[in-house]
Design a protein around this ligand. Structure first.
Ligand SMILES: O=P(O)(O)OC[C@H]1O[C@H](O[C@H]2O[C@H](CO)[C@@H](O)[C@H](O)[C@H]2O)[C@H](O)[C@@H](O)[C@@H]1O
Length: 249
């Protein structure tokens, strides 16, 4: 039972090779670190994902807030099917990645102002993701209020943009697309089409994915114990994800 009195969610059923597997990255496949560049995917996890991609006939995709270019570096030498920037980017397996879009001039100005603000908080971080940007305070929680207020104010100068709250982070990203839309698009195509989707994620942005997967009669899995989720199953932590995937990290 959670603190608000709702029943604890059950664990997901065992993975079937007839399913389509969609995986969030930070907080699901990799443990959090103070800096986005300091995470690492364990070799055992990489190896297991490569095996699963084969047993699922290619129906495996990473669904992340990071850019796909960053995912390719993290998961090298593998290049999995992926959605990046919370669904703004999407790449099928074996496909070349579309060149990055030019960020709007207004976003460049916001990034410059964010740099000035970040200078007051040496352990906070501006992550420049091209068309999107993230303000991180994991290593400096006292910066949270100022960074969130800055993002709310900056949003008024960014038509077509959306404020994406996350785990010790607030992001400004183009409003079109989300993780659910990316999963739905994969489900329209081989090798995902006709399979039962399963999506595992931990953060608020993953709720879009849970909603779509539920609508497809799939298996939605929250990592951790956040309240108010649409997920119908739960794994306690990253180690439980590894165990469910059959990866020994
Ligand atoms: O959708 P995800 O794959 O979960 O990506 C969400 C964001 O993850 C990264 O930030 C988070 O992880 C960092 C590294 O552990 C951590 O320092 C930060 O506090 C977390 O919010 C990434 O930096 C973002 O770009 C992603 O959108």
């Amino acid at each position: 039972m959670t603190s608000d009195g709702t029943p604890t969610l059950p664990p997901p059923p065992p993975l079937s090779d007839r399913w389509a597997l969609f995986l969030d990255v930070d907080g699901t496949l990799v443990a959090f670190a103070d800096h986005p560049g300091r995470v690492r995917v364990a070799d055992a996890v990489l190896d297991r994902l490569a095996v699963l991609e084969g047993t699922l006939d290619g129906a495996l995709a990473l669904i992340s807030g990071r850019r796909i270019e960053t995912l390719d570096a993290l998961f090298a030498p593998h290049r999995f099917a992926a959605a990046g920037l919370h669904g703004l980017q999407r790449r099928r397996v074996g496909e070349a990645l579309a060149p990055p879009a030019t960020p709007p001039v207004a976003l460049q100005a916001v990034k410059m102002q964010a740099k000035t603000l970040i200078n007051r908080y040496p352990d906070a971080l501006l992550e420049d993701k091209g068309e999107a940007m993230a303000l991180h305070w994991r290593a400096m929680p006292e910066a949270a209020a100022d960074l969130q207020a800055f993002a709310v104010q900056a949003l008024t100068r960014l038509p077509g943009y959306h404020l994406q709250p996350g785990d010790h982070v607030v992001e400004l990203r183009p409003s079109h697309g989300d993780k659910g839309a990316a999963i739905a698009a994969f489900m329209e195509e081989a090798p995902f089409q006709g399979r039962r989707p399963v999506f595992i994620g931990d953060d608020l942005t993953d709720e879009h994915g849970f909603e779509i997967v539920n609508a497809h009669g799939g298996v939605s899995v929250l990592v951790g114990d956040r309240e108010g989720t649409l997920a119908e199953h739960r794994l306690a932590d990253i180690d439980a994800v590894y165990a469910w995937l059959g990866a020994t990290a």
